[in-house]
Design a binder for this molecule. Structure first.
Ligand SMILES: O=C(O)CCC(=O)C(=O)O
Length: 307
């Protein structure tokens, strides 16, 4: 199925967002802005990444290639100005009946050989209440199936939060059985550099591996409503740790106050969780902290040096 790209400001953008869960925007960035943004990312990789905590970027499977940068607007004034620019803010404001504010800027640098993003919903990993939450995805290179093209499952924004499977060390993925059932809803998008896709937090989407010999960088600008509440940092870390407890013990539901060893966690499992916490936050947890995900989160907050 081919998709229709609409010019920024076109009223059809809001309509497509409501109807399909995703709207495609024509030439949001011109050639100059694409080049300036690419230069800013090169600078970011060279000058900023080596100085910031490890939790603000991920590395790909081989442990070397950069996979994703997070909260980029906090570290780079030029990119901060870019995401707040009227061209972007006005385009997004016109598409929704609530007032958007910048939530974060992520970057997928996607060098040759980089893996794709498995099917997911952004509201699952970043709960926002009410669910006034959008991503604006802006590739800085022409995108096609051979270089990590993106897939949207049109209409899935009407189905609520999908069951996700938690996996050690990787982001959660939508249940493969559900993915089989919604295959007819999949739309594989080809897009010119500087075009964009605007979609809500319920949209199921994924991208492929970059099998070309050129990088396929993309900005992902997250927006939330000024009326939304997000969890505190301790809540977010506690929730990430409950996931580690679940993965290690196989217990389906773990509360933030539950003791790791009391729910069947092993010494080896505790060691793996400790290693993960150290990688993500550069903090060593104590054996006593395993009394609950909340205690581990408190320890991380006390000892983290990057806040
Ligand atoms: O650019 C990509 O490969 C993935 C983008 C994505 O998953 C997102 O915008 O949430």
């Amino acid at each position: 199925m081919s998709v229709t790209f609409l010019p920024p400001g076109d009223p059809g953008i809001g309509k497509a967002l409501r109807r399909d869960g995703v709207a495609y925007i024509q030439d949001l960035f011109d050639a100059d802005l694409i080049q300036q943004t690419r230069d800013a990312l090169t600078r970011y990789e060279r000058e900023v990444i080596p100085t910031i905590p490890r939790s603000y970027y991920s590395v790909d499977d081989d442990g070397v290639m950069l996979g994703q940068y997070r909260d980029v607007e906090q570290f780079d004034p030029w990119l901060n100005d870019l995401v707040h620019s009227p061209r972007i803010m006005d385009t997004v404001s016109a598409a929704v009946p609530w007032e958007p504010m910048i939530f974060y800027l992520e970057v997928f640098p996607k060098p040759p050989g980089a893996s794709g993003a498995d099917p997911h919903q952004d509201l699952y990993t970043a709960p926002v209440d009410p669910p006034h939450f959008l991503h604006l995805w802006v590739p800085l290179e022409d995108v096609h199936p051979g270089n990590g093209g993106i897939n949207f499952y049109h209409g899935t924004h009407k189905l609520g939060i999908a069951p996700h499977i938690e996996r050690p060390g990787c982001p959660p993925v939508v249940d493969p059985d559900l993915m089989k059932r919604i295959e007819p809803m999949r739309v594989e998008v080809r897009a010119k550099a500087g075009c964009a896709a605007l979609f809500g937090g319920y949209m199921i989407h994924c991208s492929g591996r970059n099998d070309s010999d050129r990088a396929r960088p993309a900005l992902v600008i997250g927006f939330r409503g000024t009326d939304t509440k997000i969890s505190t940092e301790v809540d977010i870390i506690s929730s990430a740790v409950t996931r580690l407890f679940r993965e290690e013990t196989g217990v389906k539901t773990v509360a933030v106050e539950e003791d790791f060893f009391a729910i069947g966690g092993s010494e080896d499992g505790a060691g793996r969780i400790g290693d993960q916490i150290k990688r993500d936050y550069r903090v060593e947890v104590d054996v006593h902290d395993y009394r609950s995900p909340r205690a581990i989160a408190d320890r991380v907050m006390q000892l983290r040096t990057d806040l």
